[in-house]
Write a protein of this length. Structure first.
Lengths: 111, 115
């Protein structure tokens, strides 16, 4: 599975959009981009995933560049409860659904 | 409510005393997995199971055993725990047999301290 690079931290104001970047320049054609988050030491929570088209669900939007070498997770109206570590993960179609978590990006939402 | 339940949530024990961490899911998922999380190392997979009676090693299986006799349960067994197994453990499950792009659902974690 391709590696991902995320900045270590960022912050945003409550109510504003949070745009979390991720680079995955070695991604291959059959690899998906996944986003999970972990609030404090709770279990990781799935947010969204995509292959090459932009995706949106009730939690967030995922924008993947045309060359698929980077993506952005957008939380449209961040709240204090969105403060967490966000992991961008690239995963292929192998039989084992192993998720390889890197260091992630720590998002701090300020009042 | 769909969930992955781990027990115990916290455990302090001593070296060499066998212990089992249970994991149960109520979503009829085929795939289950165990991870450990350590500071600076992220989450690493210990073992996984594609279905009943099918298990395989992940990245850090040494010192651990698992079994999958029923679809809903995937216990993690430490036969002779050692201090380097002190960690935060997570169980996860997903539908499909691992090849499908299904989100994984994680339990709330088990914090083990081995003295």
């Amino acid at each position: 599975d391709a590696k991902t690079t995320q900045p270590p931290s960022m912050d945003c104001a409550e109510g504003r959009a949070a745009n979390l970047p991720c680079n995955h320049s070695t991604i291959s054609g059959n690899e998906y981009v996944y986003w999970y988050r972990q609030i404090h030491s709770q279990g990781p929570q799935y947010i969204i995933h995509g292959l090459k088209n932009n995706e949106t669900n009730e939690m967030a939007s995922l924008i993947i560049t045309e060359d698929r070498k980077s993506s952005t997770l957008i939380l449209p109206h961040a709240t204090l409860r969105d403060t967490a570590v966000y992991y961008c993960i690239v995963r292929g179609t192998g039989a084992n659904s192993k998720l390889t978590f890197g260091k992630g990006i720590t998002l701090s939402v300020r009042p | 409510e769909a969930q992955v339940t781990q027990n115990p949530r916290y455990l302090i024990t001593v070296t060499g005393k066998k212990l089992t961490v249970t994991c149960s899911q109520n979503m009829n998922h085929e795939y289950m997995s165990w991870y450990r999380q350590d500071p600076g190392l992220g989450l690493r997979q210990i073992y996984y199971s594609m279905n009943v009676e099918v298990t395989d090693k992940g990245d850090v299986p040494e010192g651990y055993k698992v079994s999958r006799k029923e679809k809903r349960n995937f216990p993690l067994i430490l036969e002779s725990p050692s201090p380097n197994q002190t960690s935060l453990y997570f169980c996860a499950s997903s539908s499909g047999q691992g090849g499908l792009h299904q989100p994984q659902h994680f339990g709330d974690g088990t914090r083990l301290s081995i003295l």
